[in-house]
Design a protein. Structure first.
Length: 130
């Protein structure tokens, strides 16, 4: 963790976990072969967090190293449900767990739309193997 991620006590500010998990979702999509700007430009879709529920288990502190896991829980026509957990690298202690509903939106109208077929296929295959 960086100094800018912490509060006056050197503890990671709670809202930063949302940023960390957002970045992890972007990297997860990248690993599946999908870039969000390309999906916006080529398929006219973007993603938006519809709901987020977080459970803070223990604090991270300045200079802690974290990693975030992302797990697909459920896939609907126009949304996906993900579980994410932030862990300490050195002892794998879970720090924060979150569940997210991510909506697929038609861009620029920002109306719900079906997931692109190639993404749906990749997510279905991912879910079957994880």
């Amino acid at each position: 963790m960086y100094y800018e991620d912490t509060d006056a006590a050197g503890v990671v500010y709670y809202a930063n976990y949302l940023r960390f998990m957002e970045r992890a979702r972007t990297e997860w999509l990248r690993q599946l072969g999908f870039e969000q700007d390309q999906m916006r430009d080529q398929a006219s879709v973007i993603f938006a967090v519809r709901t987020a529920q977080l459970d803070y288990r223990q604090p991270a502190r300045f200079n802690d190293q974290l990693y975030i896991t992302t797990e697909l829980i459920r896939l609907n026509r126009a949304s996906l449900y993900l579980a994410q957990t932030a862990y300490l690298v050195h002892n794998r202690a879970p720090l924060c767990q979150g569940e997210f509903k991510i909506a697929c939106l038609r861009y620029p109208e920002l109306r719900p739309t079906a997931l692109p077929p190639a993404l749906r296929t990749a997510l279905t295959e991912y879910h079957a193997t994880h």
